[in-house]
Design a protein around this ligand. Structure first.
Ligand code: GLP
Length: 242
């Protein structure tokens, strides 16, 4: 299967072979890869070459390395379109996954400076601070801290843990959510994020901040989320300006 006379580098050929085995379902998520030694003997290539192929696929998130255990086929990443302002619940349902949350914190407080600025209110304004681990089929995907202006939302029941905040605000409060503004940053999981997301401290996460506005332009929520870098990728269709 490896063609040493091909102009394609050998590590690349190994990579493509691994990809094919995963794409065709021959290797399933969670399956352990043969060791570097076995790989290199089977293909008669150096262990360095095998390592290069595996490292690149691990960096892409196709494979997953576990210290002291081996290298495994990773779960495919969730591909999240960026068009449309959707809720986590809607996103997961659209994929046939069961959305869920674990409530970490739920309280009313005065808005911290940055939150007051984002929500265009005073620092004395009362806001909900709701921290949730967002789950898909019981697997932690994102750790979110949501700040919502009490004056706009009214009382938010604590059992919102098990429901969608957006559907509560829209259906029970009759609020009309309009658009949102989001920023994305690369980051490394801190101790709390790592703990809540069941990943290693320092693992890559995508930090997303969203301000969501009502149709009349009033800021409704300010959300900081850490999405698992190994489980998520985002896509957007773009058009060239003419
Ligand atoms: C996504 C967004 C958040 C938003 C949340 C609402 O996760 N990143 O900004 O607050 O959806 O989700 P739900 O309605 O499921 O509670």
């Amino acid at each position: 299967m490896i063609d040493k006379n091909s102009p394609l580098p050998i590590y690349y050929q190994i990579q493509e072979m691994i990809r094919k085995k995963i794409e065709t379902g021959q290797w399933q998520p969670g399956d352990m890869l043969p060791s570097e030694r076995i790989f290199s003997e089977d293909f008669d290539v150096s262990r360095m070459t095998v390592r290069q192929a595996v490292t690149e696929l691990a960096n892409e998130g196709v494979l997953m390395r576990e210290k002291g255990k081996g290298t495994f086929v990773a779960e495919p990443k969730i591909e999240q379109p960026l068009q449309g302002l959707t809720s986590f619940t809607e996103d997961m349902k659209a994929r046939g996954l069961e959305p869920g949350s674990t409530l970490i914190q739920y309280r009313l407080r005065t808005a911290p400076g940055k939150v007051a600025e984002a929500l265009q209110t005073e620092v004395e304004t009362e806001v909900y601070e709701i921290k949730r681990v967002r789950l898909a089929d019981d697997v932690p995907m994102a750790y979110e801290t949501t700040f919502i202006n009490l004056e706009l939302a009214g009382d938010i029941p604590e059992d919102v843990e098990n429901r969608s905040i957006y559907s509560f605000l829209e259906q029970e409060r009759g609020l009309k959510i309009g658009d949102g503004e989001q920023t994305f940053e690369a980051s490394l999981a801190n101790t709390e994020e790592a703990d809540k997301l069941a990943i290693e401290e320092g693992a890559p996460v995508l930090l997303i901040q969203r301000i969501t506005y009502l149709e009349d332009g009033t800021p409704l929520e300010y959300v900081k989320s850490a999405y698992r870098g190994d489980r998520y990728k985002f896509n957007i269709k773009t058009k060239r300006f003419t």
